[in-house]
Design a protein around this ligand. Sequence first.
Ligand code: GLU
Length: 373
Amino acid sequence: MRDQLLGQAKRIVVKIGSSLIASRAEGLRPQHIERLADDIAILRTAGREILVVSSGAIISGIRKLELKEYPKSLPIKQAAAAVGQSRLMWAYEKAFERLNIHVAQILLTHQDLADRRRFLNARHTLAALIGFGIVPIINENDTVAVDEIRVGDNDTLASEVAHLADADLLVILSDVDGLYTEDPRKNPSATLIPLIAEITEDIERLAGVSSTFEGTGGMATKLRAAKKVGEYGIPTLVLNGERAGLLPTVLSGEPGGSLFLARERRLTSRKHWIAFTLRSRGQIHLDQGAVDALTKRGKSLLASGILQVTGSFEAGDPVSCLDTDGKEFSKGLVNVSSDLLGQMKGLKTTDIQAQFGHQEYEEVIHRDNLVIL
Ligand code: GLU
């Protein structure tokens, strides 16, 4: 199963964490980037298409600006990212030039992904670059991204890129070997888990004990990334990126790392985008009848089953649907603003027409724009 999945994956997103290619003391370590480029070249020779998501801009900028410590202020962090990103790209250019491979820089923010047209446009650009045999090197556009438009960490960014690029596999390279049964620093008998069929709560608990590195994420963000792409049918391999040659050998069947399987019945790209890329602007609390209609009978959401509306949203915005325990169980694009919906809640369609006149849509959220999580 594992061998087959890894062996057959053609389009692969490889996420490279900061700690693999830079350190606070030395800044960027070009020889490490060269080593990773060598591994990627081997994969390309074997017919694989590789996209890289690389961190390291901020840490490299810190060094170049000779800052004494990791900046706390956003403008300084962003300045460091601007300085460091060009340095980072320069190192990738050099490393791949030795191997006669061209690279391209792509910087994304959450907004680029949350706007469907920009999302599709970025998808076409990636496809064109891959068509040219280029290795896209992708990072978050840290210089302009403030909290509301930040993806936040590069494990999450890599998962969004895997979806964007319709990849067959996401590989997260870091300074840990993968997911262990226990904390290997505390218990020498801890073993690496080679295959994880499903990310259960028990597995999530293990993530807490497996992280060792200084990047933004930890094993928890890697698991979240794996879960997210898994819903789109993409498996995730978490692998140690410090060992030269490990990546190509593991992809051709040698043991190493932890592979998280994906769901067999994957969401469509658009539904995955609604569920996992978009951020909810508000919450709609439903009664049990409406919950059942959505989850068991595949219906659209009508106003009659709505108990309460929170948050502030416009028609077309993404919102969460909550069950009677207040748990989010569904997400969708709403047809009515929060103000109007607050007045319509609980009413039958005929009453809505009588009170508010003709409505363009009968459904508050149409089934086609609704995802059960
Ligand atoms: N985008 C950040 C950088 O290049 C890193 C974010 C992360 O490590 O997750 O420095």
